[in-house]
Write a protein that binds this ligand. Structure first.
Ligand code: 1CP
Length: 342
């Protein structure tokens, strides 16, 4: 196995960690903005395989990242299940809201999503033929809880209030929605793998608002179900789990779910992660994305500190969350040079 990202995910400790970056295809890159303008809008970009493949490749050409993440969005799956989805410029995604059993009953079944998602699988196929031989192709989906928060509220929410309210007021509807998303996610990721994705990542961006038992029920258990079924269907498939802002609940998460790699956000210290989490799995992370905006010596110092802290075990260098549109593309190069050159 020559691909460094696959080696790290298989548990190998490498002299230099492989690197990729969440939202590496995005608005901070002028070439992304140009292709997005050509597509017209964000969803057309996601559903036009040639253009989605093009923006996936842009950061690989510019920086030579070790991983390429499929360009798509976690909200395409709810749309394939029948939710309305649109993006409001300058504000973000909007969906129809799901408030009770009628909304749930109107959704499609887990196996009825593939016609809608066919362009995504086509993007994966194009990429698997076009990526450099040493670049690993990463597929992804949102975790059920995070996807449910958007389907219920119809938008991003600071505290996931509507989803918490529904799980308390109508647990039957909420649990059935979680089960549908979980099973549809398995089908979706499985077809990404068949199309050529070599790794899959499960983004639970809002896992941090689940505590104790709720975390176990709505973050850990669905991840365990998805990982075990995917590995049953695709033996040896590496999985990265990202229960963002999980804090103490990061401990044991990789073991309990079967994930090969735990992605951590930048609220936890890499030294703590090395001691507490890395004995169980590869660790991905966790530079504060603000450094991509501010740059300078603090960027170099913190990058070195993370590499140093995690160098005794398997590590994939990444940010703790997505790079933001106001980032300076030159700072990304500084980060990469620091990781690779010391
Ligand atoms: O061009 C634009 O205006 C769109 C900005 C953008 C981009 C570049 C959105 C809208 N989605 C994406 C692509 C995307 N989204 C990728 C592609 C690959 C890459 O990383 O390069 C991935 C993996 C995602 C995942 C995603 N979408 C997540 C999980 C990760 C995270 O950031 O926490 C979430 C929560 C979303 C929903 C979403 N899509 C877009 C926005 C602005 C949001 C967040 C909305 C909100 O909560 O208000």
């Amino acid at each position: 196995m020559t691909k460094t990202l696959l080696r790290a995910l298989a548990g190998e400790t490498l002299p230099t960690p492989p690197i990729w970056m969440m939202r590496q295809a995005g608005r901070y890159l002028p070439e992304y903005r140009a292709t997005r303008a050509k597509a017209g809008d964000f969803l057309s970009l996601c559903y036009t395989p040639d253009l989605a493949a093009e923006v996936t490749l842009q950061p690989i050409r510019r920086y030579g990242f070790d991983g390429a993440i499929l360009f798509a969005d976690i909200l395409l799956l709810p749309q394939a299940l029948g939710a309305d989805l649109w993006f409001v410029t300058g504000e973000g995604p909007r969906l129809s809201t799901l408030t009770g059993p009628e909304g749930l009953g109107a959704l499609k079944g887990k196996d009825d999503i593939h016609d809608h998602l066919a362009p995504v699988y086509e993007t994966v196929r194009i990429l698997s033929g076009e990526l450099p031989a040493d670049t690993t192709l990463i597929g992804f989906a949102g975790a059920p809880w995070t996807v449910a928060t958007y389907m219920i509220a119809g938008r991003g929410t600071p505290d996931q209030g509507p989803a918490h309210a529904l799980r308390q007021s109508d647990p039957a509807t909420f649990d059935a929605l979680m089960a549908l998303i979980t099973e549809a996610t398995i089908e979706y990721l499985s077809l990404q793998v068949q199309a050529g994705a070599e790794v899959v990542k499960i983004f639970d961006s809002w896992a941090g608002s689940l505590k104790d038992e709720a975390f176990t029920t709505y973050a850990l258990k669905p991840a365990r179900r998805i990982v075990s079924e995917l590995k049953r269907r695709h033996p040896g498939l590496p999985v990265i789990a990202f229960p963002r802002q999980a804090g103490d609940a990061y401990v044991g998460f990789a073991k309990a779910t079967g994930a090969d790699c735990l992605a951590i956000d930048n609220s936890v210290s890499p030294d703590w992660a090395a001691r507490t989490l890395q004995p169980d799995s590869c660790i991905q992370g966790n530079l504060d994305p603000r450094h991509m905006v501010t740059g300078g010596q603090p960027l170099i110092d913190e990058t070195r500190q993370i590499v140093q802290a995690l160098k005794a075990g398997p590590h994939v260098f990444n940010l703790g969350h997505g790079i933001t549109p106001d980032a300076d593309p030159d700072n990304v190069q500084v980060m990469i040079d620091t990781v690779r050159g010391g």
